[in-house]
Design a binder for this molecule. Sequence first.
Ligand SMILES: Nc1ncnc2c1ncn2[C@@H]1O[C@H](COP(=O)(O)OP(=O)(O)OP(=O)(O)O)[C@@H](O)[C@H]1O
Ligand SMILES: [Mg+2]
Length: 265
Amino acid sequence: MRGCVLEAVGLHRGFGSVRAVDDVSFTLREGGSLGIVGESGSGKTTTARIVVGLDRPDAGEVRVRGRARSGPARGRARQLARAREVQMVFQDPYLSLDPRTGVEAVLRETLRLHFPAMDHARRVRELLDQVGLGTRAADALPRDLSGGQRQRVAIARALAVEPAVLVLDEAVAALDVSVQAQILNLLADIREQTSIGYLFITHDLGVVRCVTDDVLVMRHGAVVEAGRTADVLAAPQHPYTRLLLESVPRPGWDPERIAAARRAL
Ligand SMILES: Nc1ncnc2c1ncn2[C@@H]1O[C@H](COP(=O)(O)OP(=O)(O)OP(=O)(O)O)[C@@H](O)[C@H]1O
Ligand SMILES: [Mg+2]
């Protein structure tokens, strides 16, 4: 049994009167994949931002390999070490990639920062290969790339840091279904090759089924159900989870009935 790499304990975060995250706890095993699902506004991104350190919880703690990361990171070395614990991939890599920086330069910048003594040219080739981009993409700017290719660059940049955990917030939501499948396969391969753990945030239960071992269902900032993904999807215990499952459009799907059930919940 592999150990726990990431632990969130009793996270709270409010914005005015909104309880965006209300007592959220979970653990992620080394090399595991945990999904967080829930409808819009349920607190998924706020949870992710707290885990990464972009936002501070009002209460609670995030630990990586037993070490708290919610407090201030004093000093450059500690900040870099903290970045190597958790990296994030966002929904829209267009916003997170500098439009004037080429693919190779992006990766070199990250490597220089974290691993000054490394053979950067070699590592860049490895990373491009790992995300299926090939060296031809090395000089490309973000605007020269497709959405799927840009997301591959964002993944390569995150992997360059050799993080323990990758947080993916709707990382495939903006892509065509066929490209989504390619990126999900890529992420599954990377998890097999490395011991990286995923925190996979999505509103898409199909994605959860594909790439997670465990799942957390959030509603109004709180966890309403958690368990093995296969178990939760096969036999959801909470009415809200059942509703989420029923809300996936398919033949015979009745939006009126779903809306009525949602109001009644
Ligand atoms: N910076 C902020 N200021 C004020 N309210 C915020 C802020 N960030 C989030 N919220 C509120 O907190 C709640 C949770 O938002 P969050 O973005 O975490 O949800 P989400 O589950 O990621 O939703 P989505 O699926 O739409 O991305 C929402 O009610 C949102 O309006
Ligand atoms: Mg969100």
